[in-house]
Structures are given as structure tokens and as C-alpha cells.
Design a protein. Sequence first.
Length: 275
Amino acid sequence: MSEAKMVFIGGAGNMAGAVIGGLVASGYPAERIVATGRNEQKLADFAAKTGVRTSTDNDAAVAEADVLVLSVKPQMMKELCQSIAARVVERQPLVISLAAGIPLAAYRRWLGAGVPIVRAMPNTPALVGTGVTGLYAGEGVTGDQKQVAQKIAEAVGIAIWVEEESGIDRVIAVSGSGPAYYFQFMESMIDAAEKAGMARADAERLTLQTALGAAKLAVASDVDVGQLKRNVMSPNGTTERAIQCFQSGGLPELVERAMGDCAERAAEMAKELDN
Ligand SMILES: NC(=O)C1=CN([C@@H]2O[C@H](COP(=O)(O)OP(=O)(O)OC[C@H]3O[C@@H](n4cnc5c(N)ncnc54)[C@H](O)[C@@H]3O)[C@@H](O)[C@H]2O)C=CC1
Ligand SMILES: O=C(O)[C@@H]1CCC=N1
């Protein structure tokens, strides 16, 4: 894998930028990575930060790609694919798409039927080596190519394969979009602490360290998160009162609904494609 030339289209964006940052931090040679984009200043800043090569010329970048990662917004994917299709067919790189809501069938229409494609659903904590990536391989992807995709994902966190393409939408609802759920919760805690009279900087420090501690403890523990929660709750104590408030306010149902809406939006995006 260390030999593969990786080209990320949309490479300085939020998601690909996080994966590249994580890859470089994990020791992947920066000179084997090319990030393409449209904004020269953004690319220059990204190159200075990561050491990777950058380019505004997608076609030239694809011409040297062993692995081609597509990471533009879903609404821009069709136009992008059509603009590079001839070069992709000629070069035959392993294509990895990070986009939500675009099925493999669409890439086959836009890029040609014979191109090996893996759908990957990463998340932004890839930047700090703590990412989660769901992977789905389309027809014609070899075992070796699956290994390559998995190694990239594992260089920036953990990876799981899903057996059906619809499994990717479930991954989006849990881990692809999931970091934003936790950021929302942290933001609400910081705002509430500030309203209650704590200095915002202190509220941020305490909230973030608490989130980090809780996540680290959950990962390190051999008991489930329900038990860890109960360990904090003294009978008739302070935590119990707060958890009762979350439960009577419908937080568990709200989380279920939000995740359902998230997965539904991914399926809806696929239907919105105009071929
Ligand atoms: N942001 C996230 O947490 C996650 C995003 N994704 C997927 O990743 C993809 C990218 O999302 P973000 O990084 O959030 O968006 P973004 O807008 O931050 O990045 C996209 C980048 O692509 C560039 N771009 C647009 N058209 C281009 C073209 N024709 N050629 C080269 N570069 C071009 C833009 O300038 C931008 O820098 C989306 O398809 C999204 O569904 C997947 C998982 C998580
Ligand atoms: O919000 C989105 O559509 C993308 C996909 C998963 C996370 N961000």
C-alpha cells in the first residue's frame, strides 16, 4: 500500500482533508498523495499544512492515480465523474467514493461499468486517527483492492465492511454523521453551563474533557455503556435527576428519530439523482 499513488479529488475539503491529515500523521508518505481542488489558495494552505502535492487539474491527477478517492459534495459528483471518465477508464485506478447518498449504480453510469469501485463512509475524527469507516465493495473489486481500501481506512481509525449497499446508509446514521451529534450535545452543555454562570472557556474545557474521558472509559471498559451510566448515578443523587430529565424529555426516542431521518435522507439523495 505504501507504493500506491493516491489522488483525492476535493482533497482539501473537510472529509478528504481529515483522511489525508490522518494518513500523513500515520506515516503514509505525503509525496505519494495528491489533493485536487478548485481554490488555489485553499490548496496552497493545505499543502503547507500536510506536505502533500496539490493540483487544480483533475484529469492530470487521475492519469497518475493508483487509488482515486472522490470527495466532492454529492450534488457535484455527476459532473465531476463525467469530466474524468475517459481518464479513469484508461488508467483503471481503484475508485473509492466517500459521498453520501450516491449508489454504485450511478458511478457505473457516469464512469463506465467496468471500473472497480468501493463506497467508503468515513468520519472527520479520521484527522486524529480515531475515525470510523464503513466500506462496501461493488462487483469486480478484487480481494487485493479490498485490502487496499481497508488499509487506508485503518490507517485513520477502524473499518467495517457491510454486506449490502444499504448498510452504508446505516453507517452514515451512526458514525458518518455521528460526530456532529456529539458536537451538538457538547455545544448544548457548554451553552447551558455558561448560562448557569460558568466562564465559557471553563465550560468548554470541562465539557470536552468529560466527553473525551467518557469515550475513553467506554472504549476501555468491558461493561456496556448502560452500566457505565449507572455507575455515575447514585440513588436519589444528582445524576439520576439529570438522566430522568433526559428520559422524560424523550431523548432516547429523539435520537432514534434523528438517526432514522439521517438514513432516510441518504436514501432520498439517491432518488434525487437525475441519472
Ligand atoms: N464532512 C463529513 O463529515 C463527511 C463527508 N462525507 C462525504 O464527503 C464528501 C465531501 O464532503 P465535505 O468534505 O464535507 O465537503 P467540502 O465542501 O468540505 O469538500 C469538497 C471539496 O471539493 C472541492 N471541489 C468541488 N468540486 C470540485 C471539482 N470538480 N474538482 C476538484 N475539487 C472540487 C471543493 O472545493 C471542496 O474543497 C461528500 O460527498 C460527503 O457526502 C462523508 C462522510 C463524512
Ligand atoms: O452531512 C452529510 O451529508 C455528510 C455525510 C456524512 C457526514 N456528512
